[in-house]
Design a binder for this molecule. Sequence first.
Ligand code: MG
Length: 386
Amino acid sequence: MKRLAILGSTGSIGQSTLSIVEQFPDRYSVATLAAGRNIDEAFTQAERWRPRVVSMATEELASYLEGRLRTARLDGIEVVHGTAGTVACATHNEADFVVSAIVGVAGLEATHAAILANKPIGLANKECMVAAGEILTAAARERNVPILPIDSEHNAVHQCMRVGAHGEVKTIWLTASGGPFRKTPLEEFEHITPAQALKHPTWVMGQRITIDSATMLNKGLEVIEACRLFDVPPSKVRVTVHPQSTVHSLVEFVDGSILAQISVTDMRLPILYALAYPERPASSLTFDLAALRHLDFEEPDFERFPCLRLAFEAAEKGGAHCIALNAADEVAVDAFLKGHISFNGIPRTIEQVLAATPEAHPATIAEVLAADQQAREQARARVAGS
Ligand code: MG
């Protein structure tokens, strides 16, 4: 029995994880839940799963949840809050495996603490790897703690990598759907609206990641994530636009063989893979091979998607530049959604912030968070001035 700490339990990855626990009750149980701000969902989950600890974003939300649990006569569930609360969930002595699915750098400290506490990680939070991947992977290697990717592309790469040795890998190919603007004339980009950008062709996801898919910044973050997870330089990672999103990624080996992973576009599969690794439990997720008619692959257009170019440049520099890329994008996407800047304003803001970022390699999580704050302030100033 694996007892799970689920960080980000009310988000879409958290809920999919709980549906896996539901399907495999003899394999998985819930130890702790970090639920964030959704009080109703947090209560429902606490009632259903009876975790040892639930963490809420704020003290106020935590005391409100405590009150509701008391009224419902649900005893024995400790309610905590804030970063310390998330860390308590991640490092609880009854947790055997941590699903890290809090969006943004908010989950960073807890993910780091879990690694230091020797807990295997299922990682769905790519911002953690982008901002602090150098620190996290070093700590994990030192302790022999596995980090299993839940991001669909990296999960696919992880599966393909099992076939060959690390030194036999020539190129990691990350597939990208290309987003909704793959064929939009370039002169129309300036006038793309948030409503248009929020329509993703193949995946239903949160707002920021949907906009990041439209700019392809998301793929850029995934390039950095791949470098860190699989310990390869950016020159060994390439992006291929694959509009069907059927091949989740590929690994090319030095002998010329290319391995691809194909499956339904359902996050439960990579979650189950990460939870069960190195086993493969039978699941009901099937892919209809006969329905497969086309597999198209094309080179990404770096002129159309400047965010992808910026991400490769940041990947080469590492450290503070990767932190700034992520932080500036979060601010810029928020400003775009609020109508403060144009779609093209997103890469412009990121480029300006990166140009003002010194080359540095933060060595601690505190330094990472400070660099993240600095980049956010820079980005806010640029957005306000545009
Ligand atoms: Mg992905």
